[in-house]
Design a binder for this molecule. Structure first.
Ligand code: A4P
Ligand code: MG
Length: 182
């Protein structure tokens, strides 16, 4: 297994909307710290977000974690997919359909990767408030997102619709029917 030296700071997007999503995400956060050659550095608050996708499905719980890792990108993706599998992830459904756990490699340091099975920065990152808002909870506002601009600029261009901190008292569906993509 390839090993980076010095370690790289990667940002991981977590999403779940099936089988007790909050528990799925909280457990996955603890499990990220167990990924080999990696240490969990920071975790955003959890957000309740309106689903983005082609089918009707429950609201999501989303968060972002900062993981310091010595794994190479492909090895890190494999570890994330193994973790999804342990959460019963069913990959046979429609793209952007409901899932027990989704772990996306959003950023891997300043790397730009365009391999068939791995694209970094994550291709949808700039269009998703449910990624940008929790990412901005952790990362500096002037973080450069390779090829896309500064985090603060992406955030300013993306309406904060369709998400709210998990503990907000009003149910999301009652107030935020709008899509979460921008
Ligand atoms: N892949 C390529 N690049 C990456 C990357 N940077 N990180 C490949 C992770 N995977 C990457 O992913 C499909 C393939 O993408 C993988 O085999 C991997 O090699 P998947 O997780 O199996 O399938 P998916 O998640 O349905 O597809 P995709 O295109 O990754 O979807 P997204 O972008 O993950 O979106 N609505 C809300 N509110 N919150 C959400 O979290 N998530 C999605 C899924 C849809 N709607 C959502 C949310
Ligand atoms: Mg995914």
């Amino acid at each position: 297994m390839a090993v980076e030296d010095p370690p790289v700071l990667a940002y991981i997007g977590l999403g779940a909307n099936l089988a007790n999503p909050e528990e799925q995400v909280r457990r996955a956060i603890a499990e990220l710290d167990q990924v080999s050659a990696s240490q969990l550095r920071q975790v955003s608050p959890l957000y309740l977000t309106a689903p983005l996708g082609p089918v009707a499905q429950p609201d999501y719980i989303n968060a972002v974690a900062a993981l310091e890792t010595r794994l190479a990108p492909a090895a890190l993706l494999a570890a994330l997919q193994a973790l999804e599998d342990r959460h019963g992830r069913d990959r046979t459904g429609v793209r952007w359909g409901p899932r027990t756990l989704d772990l996306d490699l959003l950023l891997y340091g300043q790397a730009v990767i365009a391999a068939p099975g791995l694209r970094v920065p994550h291709p949808e990152l700039a269009r998703r408030a449910f990624v940008l808002v929790p990412l901005a909870d952790l990362a500096p506002a002037d973080l450069a997102i390779p090829g896309l601009g500064r985090l603060s600029e992406l955030l300013a261009a993306c309406p904060r619709e369709g998400l709210r901190p998990l503990r907000a008292s009003v149910p999301l569906a009652a107030t935020v029917p709008a899509p979460v993509a921008c």
